[in-house]
Design a binder for this molecule. Sequence first.
Ligand code: FAD
Ligand code: NDP
Length: 640
Amino acid sequence: MQRGDGGTAVADPAIRQKYIEERNKRLRPEGLGQFMRVADSAQFKYLGNDPWVDHAALNAKAPVLSDGDDIKFLVLGAGYGGLLFAAHLIEAGFSAADIRVVDVAGGFGGTWYWNRYPGLMCDTESYIYMPLLEETGHMPRFKYAYGPELRAHADRIAEKWGLTDRALFRTQSRSASWDDAAKRWVVQLVEGRGPTEPKKEITITTQYMLVASGILDAPHIPRLQGFDQFRGQHFHTSRWNYDITGGTDTDWMLDKLKDKRVGILGTGATAVQAVPHLAKWAKHLYVFQRTPSSVDVRGQRPTDPDEWANNIAATKGWARARMQNFNSWIVNEPNGEDLVNDGFCRARAYFGLVGGRGIVAPEKIPEHIDMLHAYDLERAEKIRARVSAVVKDPETAEKLKHWYPVWCKRPTFHEDYLPVFNQPNVTLVDTDGRGVDGLTADAVVVNGTPFPIDVLVLSTGYALSVAGGSGSPAQRANIKVFGRGGLDMDDKWVREGAGTLHGVASHGFPNFLFLGPTQAGATANVTYVLDFLASHVAMILAEAERRAGGDTTRVTVEPTKVGEDEWVGELLKRVSWFSALRGCTPGYLTREGETPADIGEQMKAARSGVWGEGIISFAELIRAWEDKGELRGFQVEANV
Ligand code: FAD
Ligand code: NDP
């Protein structure tokens, strides 16, 4: 299959018209302002607490960082990204003893620490999604691993790279300021030691600050009328409350819901996984839907140890080769047999979201969008037909059909989601794109009709973008970052738009490294990108220190202004690839449909995108840059 072969389907004008109508129903003037961040809300502040932390165990440990410590590497975030940063630094020759990992969570795992909802699993094949499988020798139990295994894998990586006792948990980083005389970041940390102990303020200095704070770690909640009157129990899926539902994070027996009317708000990728479990246990389940997900076949199966040993993991380098093979199918540049062979690989128009080869000239944009629709149509029709085949009531089935192309919302995959709508204890409450009206003391109100419930599960996602926020790595980590001359990273991002070199560093912020996604390559397998960028950063730092020779304690590395401007220029040349996103039904991937009013702001917004030519082009370009060994675009100073 080659690009340009748009399959047998052609873009259907009637369907495209329907997409526009469905989108228009959903555009809301308040855009991102329709949500509040948990951190900003008095009512939901409790969701900022860590339900999983073991304070007694952590308090019994020797301190990992103390006030006044000077360290070499501070890794912010103990998810897969932070672990990959650390592992690649060690592989590049740095010592684990020089690394400290800090996370506000009570353990390793990031996404897989916080999220413990019933049904949690990865949607990307675990053989390519779970990082460092080859190095750890771990064989995932299933093609798509479940949450507990994904979390345990984070602990396994920490153990193998000697990080277990080098992590300070329950610790929020608040700010980081560059001290140019000392060539150090001065970092303010606050350690929460449990409800009965005072918070501990810790100030440390670090030569390098590596930020892996994730993109989906700040839950958000819609601003709903009457929320403060609601007297029932409620929680967000990323802080699942097993005291309310029964069961535990490893045993999804939700027996306390047997006599409860449960409502779940939201039908995104999380809800698709959690709903089958709620439907199994609740006396009655109301699924409040604003926009249906596209729900494709999952194809879950246990890993066959023989197939693993003799086929999947038989050769050295298999894991990254399999990731690259997957990427090649995602960007429609297939390289050999489709090894993963799942719904993502068949979502041929997904490269509308993550980029594809070729620069789209402005006059070719309509043709480009037609091409994407043509790619999408066959798959979209199959998925809609699947709904009709599975859901018995035709009216309900119609409401569960998605009317937008695959690049607008994350596709989902599940065998058990659609069949729940055949159960007598499950009601789909479709809001026809409007969302729920609000809440009363004991009900969710839709179109004037109250639906009485005892428990409300908020499956309403995350603040990937914040209304009025800069979108900088600092803002995403919820810290203030002041670089050379006190330059505020958020101010720079607001004034100029995003500015990075390769998506990992920004001019004015020496020795401050991060992991995209802005201005880096993207694919449907996030950990591939984290792994790739972390190894890129490790290479840059190792090369910078090699050049410095003996004393490396004052080495600095920072993108030059010219280097950064060139990279942003290259990014902008490719941004027209994403022109189809402007026609999307709103969602977190498209800033809820917000479009900046003037051309200047639109140009700035364009800078916050990903590499338009796709992940393979990005990886080739970066590897060629690395092979030259020049660190072109970076300025390295030592012993200044
Ligand atoms: P995270 O895992 O989010 O970790 C960031 C950590 O930084 C968090 O633990 C957070 O507490 C910490 N942190 C942030 N700010 C601070 C601060 N100021 N101070 C201290 N600590 C801080 N991607 C896929 O490719 N495939 C999938 O199948 C997939 N499934 C997913 C399922 C769910 C439910 C969710 C929410 C996301 C999923 N993702 C998936 C995306 C997933 O987030 C990434 O794959 C990946 O795990 C991100 O890792 P990370 O380390 O970059 O960020
Ligand atoms: P999403 O942002 O995808 O979904 C939020 C849901 O809440 C949407 O259905 C949204 O509707 C709905 N919603 C928001 N406001 C209202 C309202 N006022 N009334 C009614 N409904 C409302 O969050 P998720 O947690 O589901 O997923 C976030 C991301 O996390 C995914 O896209 C994916 O990247 C990742 N994820 C991955 C998984 C995996 O791969 N295994 C599993 C789970 C999550 P609308 O669509 O109309 O905005």
